[in-house]
Design a protein around this ligand. Structure first.
Ligand code: ADP
Length: 886
């Protein structure tokens, strides 16, 4: 269970007040949730809920009445700011049941005053079922995922309630971690018994805050099938795809849960889309992290691949792009279809710019539509629909321009999907005022001229207001109190206010209402009469507005499938144009994708490193590199630290991802045979939270690669064996390389600082050695960031240590040790070295006075000024300066 769950049953007592009895009933019917109990303008929480919420929200804990002899703890949040508090509670892992007053208190009184106002839970808010703008990241999906098992298989389903997207797929114990890492669901439903699968212990521990275990019976596949058929009103689901039982069970549980949390309101959900096995590139969680696909290793979005390539201009486009990037495809035809759309816009910059200008004006209608369908939308959601759907007509026209025909297939479909919404747009445009309140209940959103009746009530209301102003002037004249004012507040309504010292001047028609500090408040029969008129006109106007609002929402709902299709089409157009924009900006090329194991990149670049260099003012500073894996499908890359090995490895993995998601790639040319699984083992980080050392993490990830990579896989391995003793590490790296060559037979880039491994090139025919070029220049090492055939002869680790500022005495000593080690007579020589008073000599060296003649002085001593040409003299000054600054 969720970490915040607690015993829910609050014992009801006969002596409790009627409201408290009502509270207990509702509380018991909603186990596992905090109960937000509406009382007037506040949501109140009681008992343990109050204690937990007060702590999580850092608000005051008060008390209300007594229960079984003890004070009842209570805290509350104002209704109009409840969303902010909700957001914090959901983020802290709570679920919240929102219990509203479902009748007007006045109605309750009319009922005869028996019992408290009727209340009911109208919604249960959980991390996976959010729909409010304020609770969601506009540019990312928030998935509710479901897991189920049937017939020995595991099924996975996921939906985004806020947009209506719904999909399912078969999965398996080993694949599940990667699938979840791809979707990053906000909440995962699963049958309780699944928690006991030993193979999934660790995975579930990682996802614990997001898990919602439910009784096994909710994941029954036959019931799930029926539930889905009911939901979509179809006799059979076959029209949507051929679903496995486990997948259906998972999908059925999701629909059930949505019904429960939305209290029966049916949201818009697209028909479930089946993601067939093998149609998406498999990328495990560690690889995603290592490659910094959607966030960097430090958890930021900036600097990730997604942030670097995202040029979308709409929220729905951004979400679609993130989905594409997270799940690159494996079918060349599907990838080419996406690439055709990108190329179309890449080749037509003007059409692209015009399209993007229009798209920028399109607010997020996917989420607006969902809010409206769940009864929690508002006038602004209608306006969003009006604006976006209004753009579809011109977009459609634009895409039909003679110069653009024929469109590639994907764009033809998108154009078709935009649909025809003229009538709805026209009506919404006429109905909605220019300035809109957030909630319909605030009124004032229907434009003048839309409804004659409404206009009448409004003018009556406004007329009466003018009459109040007239009344004030008249009273002020009659009483000779110039400062007499007619004001309004929510407690006593309209009143006449005069300063206390004028009170004596008022006649008997002024009825005293309130005494304030220094002022007196009155009313008159005339004022009371006007007030009633205003109130009833305003009330009728609002009631009518609400009816008109419901009509508009009903009209939208009647067309929700078409609107959802338009939303999807807008997102597709945005992604295609955005990737084309990126390609144009950064001179990327269209990759050739094929069913083979080719991998030929010429002039490849690392998108984020290149962008970072450009941002730092070094545009063009990135050195492009080729990578051709053919007969030599394994490249063993050696080279000093900091020479660019990791960058080279990662850039090729990223190019494969970009290509297969349907994007252009940062290279001069690229030919890529489909990669079905991508693995990376890069860098080393202790995973202390999971109680694993660096080395253990490294080995777990390496094991996954050696056990799972097949001939269509692509592996990048960086510095395997680094976390243990040298010989240990070298032997592991050696064995891994052989295994990859003989057993996995996949395309591999293997970076290492064990130069000994290059000896394997002679033995393993598919292995080629490459190295990062460096130039030694006047005792310094310059990294060229160029990859070329061959092997590095040295590691230059000591050079990097010098750059990093290790004390000179330490680096000098390291050089001594290295030269002994390199001679290979390790045993005896090392012993001798150790005897050679390391500490004392280091200490002595540090204490040694600086040589009495510095290098600069020595150079000056050698100089014969009379023999220098002006040019040589200038050079000398530079050399001296260099020596001094060293
Ligand atoms: P290694 O893995 O060999 O230690 P890295 O790949 O981490 O080296 O690269 C170190 C730094 O060198 C990077 O942060 C980057 O700034 C720079 N670099 C790497 N490759 C290139 C390149 N091809 N062109 C320009 N700079 C590069």
């Amino acid at each position: 269970m969720n970490k915040h769950s607690r015993p829910d049953a609050v014992p009801a007592v006969p002596a409790a007040s009627p409201v408290m009895i009502q509270y207990h009933e509702i509380k018991e019917a909603n186990p596992g949730c905090l109960l937000f109990f509406r009382m007037g303008d506040f949501y109140e929480l009681f008992f343990d809920d109050a204690v937990a919420a007060a702590q999580a929200l850092d608000i005051a804990l008060t008390k209300r009445g007594r229960h079984e002899g003890a004070d009842i703890p209570m805290c509350g949040v104002p209704v109009h700011t409840a969303e902010t508090y909700l957001a914090r509670l959901i983020r802290a892992g709570f679920k919240v049941a929102m219990c509203d007053q479902i009748e007007d208190p006045a109605e309750a009184r009319r009922r005869g005053g028996k019992g408290p106002v009727r209340r009911a839970v109208v919604r249960v808010v959980t991390a996976g079922t959010l729909t409010e703008e304020g609770l969601l990241d506009a540019r990312r999906h928030n998935y509710l995922a479901g897991l189920a098992e049937a017939g020995g298989e595991i099924g996975l389903a996921w939906l985004d309630l806020s947009t209506g997207g719904f999909a399912l797929a078969p999965t398996s114990e080993p694949a599940l971690a990667g699938d979840l890492a791809r979707l990053m669901p906000g909440e995962i439903l699963l049958p309780e018994r699944m928690l006991t699968r030993p193979a999934l212990f660790e995975l579930f521990a990682e996802w614990k805050p997001a898990l919602t275990p439910l009784p096994n019976a909710r994941f029954e596949s036959d019931a799930a099938r029926r539930r889905l058929e009911n939901f979509y009103g179809v006799g059979a689901l076959d029209g949507y795809g051929n679903f496995g039982r486990a997948e259906l069970a998972a999908a059925g549980a999701l629909v059930d849960y949505v019904g429960l949390t939305q209290q029966g309101r049916a949201p818009h959900l697209e028909p479930p889309r089946r993601v067939a096995p093998g149609t998406v590139m498999q990328i495990d969680a560690a690889t995603r992290r290592n490659l910094e696909l959607v966030s960097t290793l430090t958890g930021e979005r900036r600097g990730s691949l997604l942030a670097t390539v995202d040029r979308t201009v709409t929220a729905a486009g951004a979400r679609l792009l993130a989905d594409h990037l997270g799940g690159p495809l494996t079918e060349p035809a599907a990838i080419s279809a996406r690439l055709d759309a990108v190329q179309f816009f890449a080749d037509r910059p003007e059409a692209r710019t015009a399209l993007r200008e229009r798209l920028k004006r399109c607010p997020d209608i996917e989420r607006a539509l969902t809010r409206l369908s769940l009864g929690r939308g508002g006038p602004r959601d209608l306006a969003a629909l009006c604006r976006s759907l209004g753009e579809t007509a011109s977009l459609r026209e634009m895409l039909a321009a003679p110069g653009l025909i024929p469109l590639p297939e994907r764009l033809t479909e998108a154009r078709h999907g935009l649909g025809e919404h003229g009538i709805l747009v026209e009506r919404l445009g006429r109905a909605l005022a220019a300035e809109l309140p957030l909630f319909a209940r605030d009124g004032g959103f229907v434009a003048a001229g839309y409804s004659d009746e409404l206009d009448e009530w409004r003018s009556l209301r406004d007329e009466s207001r003018r009459m109040i102003a007239g009344l004030q002037a008249r009273y002020a004249g009659e009483t000779a109190i110039a400062a007499l004012k007619i004001r309004h507040n929510n407690v006593i309504g309209y009143y006449i206010e005069v300063a206390a010292n004028h009170a004596g001047k008022l006649g008997p028609e002024f009825i005293h209402r309130q005494t304030m500090a220094g002022a007196q408040r009155y009313t008159t029969a005339e004022l009371a009469d006007l007030e009633t008129k205003i109130a009833s006109a305003a009330e009728r106007a609002l009631a009518l507005e609400l009816r008109l609002y419901e009509d508009l929402v009903a009209e939208v709902m009647a067309r929700r499938a078409e609107i959802a299709a338009a939303a999807a089409a807008l997102a597709i157009l945005d992604v295609a144009a955005a990737l084309a924009e990126l390609a144009g900006e950064a001179a990327w090329v269209r990759p050739a994708i094929e069913e083979s194991t080719a991998f030929e990149i010429s002039g490849g670049r690392h998108p984020t490193v290149e962008a970072a260099l450009a941002a730092a003012g070094n545009a063009g500073g990135f050195v492009a590199n080729d990578c051709v894996l053919a007969e030599n499908r394994i490249w063993l890359v050696t080279g000093p630290n900091m020479a660019g090995k990791s960058t080279f490895l990662r850039q090729n993995a990223l190019i494969a991802i970009l290509a297969q998601m349907g994007s252009y790639v940062p290279a001069q040319s690229a030919r890529i045979g489909i990669v079905d699984r991508l693995f990376s083992r890069v860098g080393a980080a202790d995973d202390l939270a999971r109680g694993r050392s660096t080395f253990m993490v490294e080995m777990v990830e390496t094991a996954a690669i050696l056990n799972q990579a097949g001939p269509r896989g692509f592996v990048i391995l960086d510095e395997i064996g680094r976390g243990t003793a040298t010989f240990d590490g070298l032997s592991i790296a050696w064995a891994c390389l052989e295994h990859l060559h003989e057993v996995n037979r996949c395309r591999t880039l293997f970076a290492t600082h064990y130069h000994e491994l290059t000896a394997l090139a002679a033995k393993l025919p598919a292995l080629a050695c490459h190295t990062m070029r460096v130039k030694e220049w006047k005792g310094d090492v310059v990294f060229l960031h160029e990859v070329g055939p061959g092997t590095a002869d040295r590691s230059y680790g000591i050079h990097v240590a010098k750059l990093a500022g290790l004390p000179k005495s330490a680096t000098a000593r390291a050089e001594e040790v290295l030269s002994v080690l390199e001679k290979g007579e390790q045993g005896g020589a090392l012993a001798r070295l150790a005897d050679d008073l390391p500490l004392f000599s280091a200490a002595r060296r540090r204490a040694e006075p600086a040589p009495s003649v510095s290098a600069a002085e020595a150079l000056l001593g050698e100089t014969r000024p009379d023999e220098l040409t002006p040019r040589e003299a200038l050079d000398l000054v530079y050399r001296l300066k260099g020596l001094v600054s060293e």
